[in-house]
Design a protein around this ligand. Structure first.
Ligand code: SF4
Length: 271
């Protein structure tokens, strides 16, 4: 593993996503090394992009930069993170995710976390102080550990992720499972959807689903591993997902639907 420390000039970026006002990525590159990862093609530092999973860039001055930026930023929702996993193993050592979130929450920013790591449960004490300001999404593409290992090559097991979700919901934190990317011919079978719905039901999480989008670097890694996705066919998928979710009494949304439903919920909470 190659760790490179750099200094940055900004910490919060405009996210470019309608559900998030800002993104915060304390690291570039990701030790979880998922073969389908779109972030490979979004990461401008080629040292990390070209050596995905083995080179991590650490923004060592991000806390100082964030401290200077915050008084000048309009309050909003910060995505943690959008092109890296904020709780990949390097976070044990640097704690940049934890310390950034402490500052953000103290200053009145909402945070929306997405990760594949049970390390997120380490920060329960922080989330419990701001339960209305935090939601946590854990990506689970399949409940089958062998399939997960084939495609999320260095990520924690689906069962470890499920346990983390339970800890979070037990502590009153709003949680969701990101069932995505859905790769046609790989994790789109009824048995896959059933496994995700069971985990969502057991952990009191809603599901957000999305199809695989083909980016060049991800396509190359998947092809090298012998995984050749068929073109996405969400029209036939969505009714099956809804039927299975309904049966398990689990709330289940596409990304668009979830944006609208969360916006309405937050407005109801505020007014
Ligand atoms: S955990 Fe997320 S950021 Fe990391 S490799 Fe997997 S998909 Fe990419």
């Amino acid at each position: 593993m190659r760790i490179i420390e750099i200094d940055v000039r900004s910490a919060l970026q405009n996210s470019g996503l309608r559900e998030l006002d800002y993104s915060l990525n304390p690291y570039l590159g990701c030790m979880h090394r998922c073969l389908y990862c779109y972030a490979m093609d979004m990461t401008k530092d080629e040292r990390a992009a070209d050596d995905w999973g083995s080179t991590i860039i650490v923004k060592r001055n991000i806390l100082d930069v964030l401290r200077r930026e915050l008084p000048h930023k309009k309050r909003g929702t910060v995505g943690i993170s959008t092109i890296t996993d904020p709780y990949q193993p390097i976070e044990f050592r640097y704690r940049l995710t934890r310390r950034s979130m402490e500052m953000l929450l103290r200053d009145g920013f909402r945070i929306s976390i997405q990760t594949k790591s049970p390390l997120v449960a380490r920060d329960l004490d922080l989330f419990a102080r701001y339960p209305e300001m935090v939601d946590v999404g854990i990506t689970i593409t399949t409940a089958n550990p062998e399939k997960a290992r084939a495609i999320e090559t260095q990520s924690p097991s689906p069962e470890a992720r499920r346990r983390a979700l339970s800890m979070l919901t037990d502590a009153g934190i709003r949680t969701w499972i990101f069932y995505g990317p859905i790769i046609r011919g790989f994790n789109d079978g009824d048995v896959d959807i059933e496994g995700i719905a069971e985990m969502a039901s057991a952990t009191g999480s809603r599901i957000i689903f999305d199809a695989f989008t083909r980016y060049p670097r991800a396509a190359k890694l998947m092809s090298a591993a012998g995984i050749r996705p068929l073109p996405a066919d969400m029209e036939s998928m969505v009714p099956r997902i809804r039927e299975i979710c309904n049966r398990h009494k689990v709330e289940c949304h596409s990304e668009d639907e979830d944006y609208l439903s969360e916006k309405a919920r937050i407005n109801r909470t505020l007014f």
